[in-house]
Design a protein around this ligand. Structure first.
Ligand code: URA
Length: 223
């Protein structure tokens, strides 16, 4: 009986063959055939070596990029978005080492964890509403696993909205805006435009804008 209760606890990580979103499951299955050397599975949360009790900041991205995290198995690793994100984390003391866009580059997070609102790579980088809602099954326990969490940074409006819902908030009351800082479920929620190549190429997000968000977070964490 006790074992049954324990096994019913929601897991923060999907199974490698998670079947909950048939479209994403089939997409990954097709890429496993095409690129058997790639990771091709739900991408797990990237944790610091000091463990989950050291995590005070959680960063929530959108979903693995096809040739980025879906290929390498580590969030934001292997595509442009990671260059800006990890470079900024290192500069703000939230990561140490060198980012070489490979999961074995030795880069370590400091007091920070990185996850995605949707764990499986979606076709055209676009998860549908039902997939975002279904994957909150994992986002909620991911937030809950960090006993000392003080802040969440969401990258882009989809990650923001799913995180607000995961925290039990109302999206209408806590709208997304770049540079936003709001309180939700006992957590301070920061938000930024996503650090995608598209956003930086079009000038929606400049490096300075991104760095400023992290400066504010670093100051908040030190307060
Ligand atoms: N890679 C990720 O892991 N997440 C994103 O949101 C973008 C790229």
């Amino acid at each position: 009986m006790r074992a049954a209760v324990l096994s019913a606890a929601p897991s923060p990580e999907p199974d490698r063959d998670c079947p909950l979103c048939p479209r994403l499951h089939d997409f990954i299955a097709a890429w496993r055939k095409r690129e058997p050397g790639w990771f091709n599975a739900p991408v797990p949360t990237f944790l610091p070596p000091e463990g989950e009790s050291s995590v005070r900041l959680l960063i929530v991205g959108l979903a693995p990029g096809l040739r980025g995290a879906n290929r390498t198995g580590r969030p934001f690793t292997g595509d442009y978005a990671g260059d800006l994100l990890y470079g900024t984390l290192i500069a703000q003391g939230l990561a140490r080492g060198e980012f070489k866009a490979r999961p074995d580059d030795g880069l370590e997070l400091v007091g920070t964890a990185i996850t995605n609102a949707v764990r499986c790579v979606p076709p055209d980088n676009k998860p549908v509403g039902a997939e975002i809602a279904t994957c909150r099954t994992f986002l909620k326990p991911t937030i809950a696993r960090f006993a000392n969490l003080r802040a969440i940074l969401t990258l882009g409006s989809i990650a923001h909205q799913s995180t607000v819902r995961a925290l039990g908030g109302r999206v209408a009351a806590l709208p997304f805006r770049h540079g936003g800082r709001q309180e939700a479920g006992g957590i301070t929620l920061f938000s930024s435009y996503h650090c995608s190549r598209y956003n930086t190429n079009t000038g929606v997000l400049t490096e300075d804008m991104f760095v400023n968000v992290f400066r504010e977070i670093a100051a908040f964490l030190q307060s």
